[in-house]
Design a protein around this ligand. Structure first.
Ligand code: TMP
Ligand code: ASP
Length: 242
């Protein structure tokens, strides 16, 4: 196409903690997402910058979305426009954090008193309501249906997609020496009300442990002040790019 899409950005529709979303001139079915280096944790309480993170998350997420598409998962991905910008299908985000876990860690370990690193008997799925003012509280299927956030039929689609994505990602990362501990995804409704994968998949939204050493290669290094944050993102990007 050779056009400079960044010239076609219209007004900013939304600014989140890690990304900005823009309308696209002349096409209401598309958005442009721009990834920032800003990092937050604990609902914005902790703030910082991870230099180069925006570029890595943009490119890594696009590689993973393409892999998922090739395996039958519908996503918002259209085209990478630049180091930090991607053209995506316009969706209305379903306000749920969809969290899959393979190994106990983070809030799961804390809530249930389970040591981090314990292999779970089966992958788990949980939902949090995306609402910063309420601190993203856990929400169950009945609540989601009662509050008309998603229908029962949609919840079945969301759950099936989430577990399928987990299997594909787990295999993908195993092949590059990484254990996929857990991750968060978001889905949206496109113009025809189809549910598709949106947002991003990156070290911001997943826990990645080196398969040999269990070294953390994700945003926990920032959340927990473990140091070598940038190096961890670069290492993940290097492995995914091979
Ligand atoms: P948790 O153990 O803190 O609940 O996190 C589970 C997974 O979800 C982990 O891979 C990090 C990711 N996550 C996000 O992407 N955004 C968030 O706001 C939170 C709390 C977690
Ligand atoms: N990004 C989230 C926040 O700042 C939390 C996290 O990823 O830990 O609230």
């Amino acid at each position: 196409m050779g056009r400079n899409f960044s010239m076609e950005k219209l007004q900013q529709l939304y600014e989140g903690k890690a990304k900005k979303v823009y309308a696209v001139k002349g096409d209401a079915d598309l958005f442009i997402v721009e990834y920032k280096d800003d990092a937050t944790a604990f609902n914005g309480e902790k703030r910082g910058t991870i230099t180069g993170k925006g570029v890595i998350n943009n490119k890594m997420s696009n590689i993973l979305f393409k892999m998922l598409e090739a395996n039958g998962v519908k996503t918002h991905f259209v085209k990478e426009l630049s180091d930090r910008e991607t053209l995506v299908k316009a969706v209305k985000i379903i306000p749920l954090e969809i969290i899959i876990r393979n190994v106990a860690a983070g809030s799961f370990s804390k809530r249930y008193g389970v040591e981090e690193g314990r292999e779970l008997k089966a992958p788990t799925l949980e939902f949090s309501l995306k609402n910063d003012a309420l601190n993203d509280p856990l929400i169950n299927n009945y609540h989601i249906i009662a509050l008309d956030i998603a229908s029962e039929a949609e919840l079945k689609i969301i759950s099936d997609m989430a577990f399928k994505i987990n299997e594909l990602l787990k295999n993908y990362f195993a092949n590059i020496g990484v254990k996929l501990i857990d991750f968060k995804i978001e889905m949206g409704r496109d113009k025809d009300n189809n549910i598709i994968l949106a947002d991003e998949i990156s070290p911001d939204t997943c826990r990645f442990w080196d398969a040999e050493t269990n070294e953390k290669l994700d945003k926990d290094r920032f959340r927990r002040d473990l140091g070598n944050v940038e190096a961890a993102y670069q290492e993940m990007f290097k492995r995914v790019s091979k």
